[in-house]
Design a protein around this ligand. Structure first.
Ligand code: NAP
Length: 276
């Protein structure tokens, strides 16, 4: 196996970059997933057999404005073409936002129906991969956080400074996921040479409000926390109300446990405390 990682400066990409098994760790400059000729040259020179694609356009609000750019990155036609041409296995990440949020515990077999442009662009990417490639993995996850700046937990920590009032939505429910919790399941699927769609998120479910409540508890901060609705923020993109992904398929097939979101949030905050 010769594995190339894309998007290595992103939250998930940074975590996968730490793994020795990955031969080439590339960012947008070295390996732009929209640039056919740049990718072709790299692939031919280095005889890549697997591409782990963590590159994406993940700004849900701006995706409503920069639609063409969002689509180019999230439905990576050129990357898919390259994988087909060179017989490369594509391991691609996707999102709970491919669902409309009207059901609890979405399985891999459930009907997709995105309600924002980011979700729509990611779904087109999924469909294109399924249509054009035989050897692929699509790994859907939710509410990711890692070492990169500006993730949800780090934003809350910043907001707690100066005793600010924090607002948490009760009509956004899913599963927070530490990028670290995606590594072992992904590598095991690779090892087994599995094909198809899999859901992998932190175990358990919560609203943004409840997640913040636990973040404040673990930080030992006493900021006032208000329950609000999506409509109380001036958002352009609607978020699904309940987009929890079922982990059953991956847990059964790999015989693994996945950390509960509370445990991983606690560990992450401890990590930040000890490294600040
Ligand atoms: N973040 C979440 O909450 C979340 C939830 C569910 C699923 N996911 C999915 O999980 C995956 C990883 O997300 P993430 O949070 O790690 O995203 P991220 O932090 O936004 O990282 C994505 C990386 O891709 C790079 N990139 C953008 N366009 C590119 C291109 N044309 N060629 C190569 N690289 C490019 C970005 O570079 P620039 O920043 O320079 O543009 C960035 O470094 C994505 O597929 C995402 O859709 C994320």
């Amino acid at each position: 196996m010769k594995i190339l990682l894309t998007g290595s400066d992103g939250q998930l990409g940074k975590e996968f970059s730490k793994i020795k098994l990955i031969n080439y760790k590339t960012n947008k400059k070295d390996f732009d997933i929209t640039n056919y000729y740049q990718m072709k040259e790299f692939i031919e020179k280095n005889k890549i057999t697997h591409i782990l694609n963590t590159a994406a356009y993940t700004d849900v609000e701006n995706a409503e404005i920069k639609k063409q750019y969002t689509l180019e990155v999230n439905n990576p036609e050129n990357l898919i073409e390259i994988c087909k041409e060179y017989n490369i296995k594509l391991i691609h990440f996707s999102t709970d936002y491919v669902f409309n949020g009207k059901k609890i515990n979405y399985t891999e077999k459930d009907e997709t129906n995105p309600i924002n442009y980011y979700g729509y662009s990611k779904l087109l990417g999924e469909k294109n991969i399924q249509r054009k490639l035989k050897n692929y993995l699509i790994l859907r996850t939710s509410w990711l956080y890692g070492e990169k700046e500006n993730n949800f937990i780090k934003k809350i920590i910043k907001n707690t400074e100066n005793n600010e009032i924090i607002k948490g939505t009760i009509d956004e429910i899913s599963s927070p996921t530490n990028v670290k919790d995606l590594l072992i399941p992904t590598l095991k699927l690779l090892e087994k040479d599995s094909v198809g769609i899999y859901h992998i998120s932190g175990d358990g479910i919560c609203s943004r409000y409840l997640w913040i409540k636990y973040i404040l508890k673990y930080l030992q901060r006493n900021n006032k926390l208000e329950r609000v609705y999506q409509k109380d923020f001036k958002l352009i993109a609607k978020r699904p109300i309940i987009s929890v992904l079922s982990n059953e398929k991956i847990k059964n097939e790999l015989n693994i446990k996945i950390n509960h979101w509370k445990y991983s949030t606690f560990e992450y905050i401890n990590f930040l405390k000890t490294n600040s």
